[in-house]
Design a binder for this molecule. Structure first.
Ligand code: PMP
Length: 378
């Protein structure tokens, strides 16, 4: 019986060791990152995850680059930090001295700027339209940004939020240090994606990538990443712009013209896009887009309904709770998979989390049946 007891003990111990090993392996691989000196040091080096549901259905490998894992919740952290560091290099901002960062934005960029400014000791001043979503406004307020609400208007209107911000910057920088971030025109935007996001994707995919999908707001993400990936693959990769309904990029990329008059007839405001999707879609050409559009091969137009359904699909099938622009990218990835064929490897940008879109986009997505199939979406 001693032998029996020893045998049982050995078996129990082995099982415990094996289970602990399995659990440890699945939860934690490699060394944890070292502690950082401040939130700005947490920016970038975001994880990549396979979207198993879409991969299985398409016979491809479709991955999401989780930009939502940045400390400020989106890819805009990279851009905001690069713009601020450029401002410091040029002497417009100085650590330890009062300085302002101005931006006109209804999106994630304001949140990234406010977060980084707080960490580095600057003040942020954000002009935005008064119909900005509650989640983003609350986040900006929580971060203590100075907020200037203006009436929604066209970019050609001097009181439009970007123009209002530029004006405020001119006033305040007469007596203070400060910069106007200018994410649409400032080339520090696409450059940081060329320098960091693109190389990260290339490395994470072990240099094997056939397709890339992103949306376009300022054009920084798609421009910088596409340029880098085209260069690394000797132009072999297919780069794809996922465009929401009513936006002009689809026609610009596929047919060389920006405006789609048919789409624009029902439009509420000039230069504005009628879609539930936030952060992407435009009817004007910005510097960050213009400089890199030659690196974008094709565009798919995705309807609001498709995006809403896809968001629910990814949530229930993959546990991926994403925002509206990520859902658009996922729809376009399925279309791109049809062109590239089985076995190809595609990366999409997962720009931000669903938690930033609860009051509008996810309210709609909640009404979608959990059993929805991919065939009902794409
Ligand atoms: N998705 C979301 C949620 C965004 O806020 C933005 C930026 N406005 C984008 C995508 C598009 O990124 P980019 O500005 O680099 O084109």
């Amino acid at each position: 019986s001693l032998l029996k007891n020893v045998a049982i003990s050995v078996a129990t111990l082995s099982l415990t060791i094996y289970t602990t090993y399995k659990l440890t392996k699945s939860y934690y691989q490699g060394k944890p990152p070292r502690p950082k000196d401040g939130v700005e040091e947490l920016i970038g080096n975001t994880p990549m995850v396979k979207i198993r549901s879409l991969s299985k259905k398409t016979g491809c490998e479709i991955y999401a680059k989780l930009e939502l894992s940045n400390p400020g919740g989106s890819a805009k952290d990279r851009v905001a930090l690069n713009i601020i560091e450029n401002g410091e290099a040029l002497g417009y901002l100085k650590r330890g001295e009062l300085g302002y960062v101005f931006e006109g934005t209804s999106g994630s960029t304001g949140i990234s700027i406010a977060m980084i400014c707080n960490s580095l000791g600057y003040k942020s001043h954000i002009s935005l339209p008064d119909d900005t979503s509650l989640e983003k406004l609350s986040l900006l307020e929580s971060l203590g940004a100075e907020i200037n609400k203006v009436k929604p208007a066209s970019i050609v209107d001097p009181d439009q939020y970007v123009n209002a911000s530029k004006k405020k910057c001119k006033e305040l920088t007469k007596t203070n240090r400060g910069i106007f971030a200018d994410q649409f025109e400032n080339t520090a935007n696409w450059e940081i994606h060329y320098k960091t996001t693109g190389p990260e994707i290339w490395d994470q995919m072990d240099h094997k990538i056939d397709g890339f999908v992103a949306g376009c707001g300022t054009g920084g993400t798609i421009g910088g990443c596409s340029k880098y990936l085209k260069e690394k693959t000797n132009n072999k990769i297919l780069t794809c712009l996922a465009d929401p309904q009513g936006s002009g990029f689809y026609n610009r990329i596929n047919y060389g013209v920006m405006y789609d008059n048919v789409e624009r007839e029902g439009s509420r405001r000039r230069h504005q896009v009628d879609t539930i999707i936030e952060g992407i879609g435009l009817n004007r050409i910005t510097t960050n887009f213009a400089l890199n559009e030659k690196y974008i091969d094709l565009s798919f137009r995705v309807s609001d309904t498709q995006a809403i359904k896809m968001a629910k699909y990814l949530s229930v099938n993959d546990g991926l709770f994403v925002g509206s622009s990520t859902a658009i990218n996922a729809v376009a990835a399925v279309e791109l998979a049809k062109i590239l064929g089985r076995g190809s490897r595609i990366v999409i940008i997962a720009c931000d989390s669903g938690s930033r879109h609860l009051s509008k986009f996810w309210k709609e997505a909640l009404t979608i049946n959990s059993n929805i199939t991919l065939e009902e979406i794409v």
